[in-house]
Design a protein around this ligand. Sequence first.
Ligand code: HAM
Length: 428
Amino acid sequence: MTIQALKGFKDILPDEVGVWQHIEATARGIFQRFGFTEIRVPILEKTELFARSIGEATDIVEKEMYSFTDRNGDSITMRPEGTASVLRAFIEHGLQAKLPVQRLYTIGPMFRHERPQKGRLRQFHQMSVEVLGLDHPRLDAELIAMGWLILEELGLTTSLQINSLGCPACRPAYKEALVTFLAERRAHICEDCQRRSQTNPLRVLDCKSSHCQEQYVNAPAIIDHLCPGCGEHFTQTKASLDLLAVPYAVNPFMVRGLDYYTRTTFELITDALGAQSAVGAGGRYDGLVEQLGGAKNMPGIGFAMGMERLALLLSQQNAKACPEAGTDLFVAALGEEAAVLAFPLVHLLRRKGMTVAMDLEGKSLKSQMKQADRAKARFALILGEEELAKGEAALRDMTSKEQRQVALEGPKEALCAMLIAAVAQREK
Ligand code: HAM
């Protein structure tokens, strides 16, 4: 019996990888324009890191983490998201001392034991950004606009929902109002919500049951309970988004699935992926650095985009084409003598930056021309026995099929320069 990949774990095959590289290159370019630098953090962390940051009473920590005891008896978890690890590294390496405001991004796989479906995997990939050391509302808008720009440059259309979750000063009063509201409806909500209304009341607003959602239509909204500081911050964030012409809708019931958020939260939403509507999401987490043992008063904000969802959308919307990968030159050598000449020539051309392919086995001309077509070669250099006897090769334009003879004699450098010039000429 053959062995297959685990459920919810997916191979990214060669014909899909171009889309992934396009997504990543687009995002990296934009991160750089906005002053972000990359940080790479481990996939495995102590379980405690996620319990303390994401929150004990969240779906992620309660039911979805890949946690195990390692050979030393320590509880280890495969990261379900990137923020906790980046903040752990920020604190551990004293990064704030190097630069008061850190703009960091990281790209890589995350692991959540969820029920797999379209756009939802157990191993998925995020491109996530974190900014530490600044709580100005203009930063919230700048970051959201950066996410928006990534989608725009990828040619994707989504909508933006924002909310404010307040802070430790105003949230307790809101929680109380919500708990009272939930207690009145206890008999009409699911068991999970009944339990959550005790352990983590905000989470109930995120319940997937339509029956529960009907009950919550008139639930108290956090934005009506914000303290003056949080109210002003939210107003300024919205005004800054207006300045950047980023359209948004306020969704007062967006609570997010992680407990660390304070103030601004946001989601970039699509209706093209069924139930998995968020292609990117994030928010502010002003108390998290302190919660993880770092500096007091160290504000932070960030977001992450799901690469599987972006790749799905790109293939569905057939948005801006990915840059076409192609081969500059296919060198077809016929016979051993030709192969011995061609083999080092191909290596030299590759060293000079050309994308060159060659059939190492020296198959028939017909087969090699088929390979050249498959490789989308712009030119083919054909070294046949007759041509070789004359010290020549044939250079064929694979689109127009025009062919001319080129001299093989003389310095290899001159031949390389001529071939590079021929490709460059064709590009114009
Ligand atoms: P999150 O909302 O859990 O936030 O995930 C962010 C994005 O990752 C989602 O919008 C979605 O596109 C993608 N995603 C999440 N789970 C899956 C899955 N099972 N399969 C495929 N894609 C998925 C966070 O993870 C926060 N760390 C974001 C953040 C960064 N907040 C502040 N900084």
